[in-house]
Ligand binder design. Structure first.
Ligand code: HEC
Length: 288
């Protein structure tokens, strides 16, 4: 009898502990970041800036790689400048995520967002409604004000496409991550103007950390890095599932100039240029 009562008390205490954790996650997971200031950035107005935005969106920042439904996203051609209707689907441990329509549709896209609201999601990951997009925190590097202004101008110049995307759904694990791990990116110093277009380390560093976000894929990052020893920036990414063959994993290689493990250390410049002009050369690779 005493043993049974002990078991009942133990089970009750365990249930209560689970209920407390669930309640904490549900409350903390609903946090709003609506008080994060809107950057004082307005859409650029010159045709040259719109064209620069087109180049940033379609090539350097590779937005179509994620803001098109599969398989379009895996085959997109930057020259074609597709309408960014969203709908790319990820089935993750955290839930099912769809990328949004970012055309200027007022109902299905971001046509109703102010310039400041678009600038804020690009810079910090905070959406118009104050919720946080962990994908935008991790997926976009630090952008200078003038590049953000050019990107907004290009997005606004594109047709509104009224195609609604299904709502993303987080499971309990997703809500745990939202509550305790995902945070807006607030720590970066603001950069008014991108370094001038020239083959300088400064310009390359801006591209690699900012719009091209090479650092995001070619360094251990995200949740998985918490379980791995820290490695230096650009020393290689975490394995990601091959989108064309789920049995395979693809790893972004080490880009540092290490003679033994840095794969591009010995590449002549023309090989590097060819690799980049070649677009997606490995089937299923996220590197567009
Ligand atoms: C979306 C993630 C992602 C981004 C962003 C990204 N890469 Fe990659 N990269 C990969 C993956 C994965 C591979 C391996 C498969 C492949 O070659 O596509 C790769 C391959 C490479 C290779 C080829 C290495 C080889 O042995 O063939 C080079 C060089 C490279 N990346 C450099 C860069 C640079 C420079 C940038 C930024 C301008 C960049 N990557 C941006 C994921 C990414």
């Amino acid at each position: 009898m005493r043993v049974l009562r002990g078991i009942a008390i133990g089970a009750g205490a365990a249930l209560a502990a689970v209920a407390v954790v669930v309640a904490m996650v549900e409350v903390a997971g609903r946090s709003s970041y609506a008080d994060v200031a809107l950057p004082d950035i307005a859409a650029a107005t010159t045709p040259a800036a719109v064209e620069r935005g087109a180049y940033l969106v379609n090539a350097v920042a590779h937005c179509p790689a994620r803001h098109l439904p599969q398989p379009g996203a895996t085959q997109f051609d930057p020259q074609r400048r597709p309408n960014l209707v969203g709908g790319h689907r990820w089935e993750l441990a955290f839930g099912t995520v769809y990328s949004p329509n970012i055309t200027s549709s007022v109902t299905a896209g971001i046509g109703a967002w102010s310039d400041g609201e678009i600038a804020r999601v690009l810079r910090t990951g905070v959406r118009r409604d104050g919720s946080l997009s962990a994908f935008m925190v991790a997926g976009v590097g630090h952008l200078a004000d003038n590049d953000i202004a050019a990107i907004i101008a290009y997005l606004r110049s594109q047709p509104a496409v009224n195609v609604a995307v299904p709502a993303s759904r987080s499971n309990f694990l997703g809500r745990v991550v939202a509550a305790f791990f995902a945070r807006p990116r607030l720590d970066e110093s603001e950069l008014a103007t991108a370094p001038p277009t020239a083959a300088t380390p400064e310009r390359g560093g801006y591209l690699a950390h900012g719009p091209a976000n090479c650092v995001g894929c070619h360094s251990p990052s995200g949740l998985r890095s918490a379980f791995r020893p820290a490695a230096p920036e650009l020393a290689g990414g975490v394995p990601v599932p091959d989108v064309t063959d789920p049995a395979m994993e693809i790893v972004a290689p080490n880009l540092t100039p290490d003679p033994t493990t840095g794969v591009i250390y010995s590449w002549p410049e023309d090989v590097f240029v060819q690799r980049f002009r070649g677009g997606r050369v490995v089937a299923g690779s996220p590197m567009p």
